[in-house]
Design a protein around this ligand. Structure first.
Ligand SMILES: [Zn+2]
Length: 237
């Protein structure tokens, strides 16, 4: 709290005062997202992965040094490059649309017209406001419009959007909207149930709370379909 006051006071003293900075600070604290699309710059993918890794490593090294860590220590020496690789190649590789999994559609030969539910899909992502993990289960459902998709593709899609700095509401909507596009139907539902380390390991240090978000499109806005979906996933299980 004290840090925030200091920041605000500094900003107010500056003659080029930018009030949007204060609002952005508040927004991050409250874990609100500004839009459904991940905010990306136009030049986001001008550099290659290797160039990004080489550029991030010295910055991470600088953070560790400022914290007072001795980078000559054998245990720490490799950390900056290791973190840079992990960011670009693993945790945040879903920022690049080139890494979107291929989504092959099949004809719905069985004429199965009921909802298909894939529940308890594990996901791990990182909060874009604190860069610490939030993770949990995703439950996804759709009603075929004549096309179906391999079940593992639902997991892959959840994983792809999870590998970005994220906000749970946005993650839920991105998965829902992508499924609507891929499956060529509005009839898609997504529910995500997650624990946020920025809530449990710091800040209010609430270890027992979960955050639940949902996306209901097309027929799933119908109360009966919604209840059927919720009954299938029974998140208290
Ligand atoms: Zn956070």
């Amino acid at each position: 709290m004290k840090q925030k006051e200091t920041l605000s006071t500094t900003l107010l003293k500056d003659e080029h005062i930018d009030l949007s900075n204060l609002l952005i600070e508040e927004m991050g604290d409250e874990h609100k997202a500004s839009s459904v699309d991940t905010p990306l710059r136009a030049d986001a993918f001008d550099a290659t992965d290797e160039e990004k890794i080489a550029a991030i490593a010295p910055h991470f090294k600088a953070i560790m040094e400022i914290l007072g860590m001795d980078l000559l220590d054998d245990s720490l020496r490799g950390t900056p490059l290791r973190v840079a690789k992990m960011y670009v190649k693993e945790l945040f590789q879903g920022l690049n649309p080139a890494n979107m999994p291929s989504m092959t559609l099949f004809e719905n030969k069985f004429q199965y017209n009921e909802m298909l539910v894939e529940k308890n899909i594990n996901f791990y992502t990182n909060c874009e406001h604190h860069f610490v993990p939030f993770f949990g289960k995703a439950h996804v459902a759709y009603i075929s419009s004549g096309k179906v998709i391999g079940l593992s593709k639902l997991n892959r899609l959840v994983e792809y959007f999870s590998k970005r700095p994220q906000v749970q509401e946005r993650l839920t909507m991105q998965i829902g909207k992508a499924l609507q596009t891929v499956l060529q139907t509005q009839d898609v539902a997504v529910m995500m149930d997650a624990k946020h380390l920025c809530v449990s390991s710091r800040g209010v240090k609430d270890d027992s709370s979960n955050t639940i978000t949902s996306f209901f499109g097309g027929k799933f806005q119908d109360e009966q379909k919604k209840m059927e979906f919720l009954k299938y996933i029974d998140i208290n299980e």
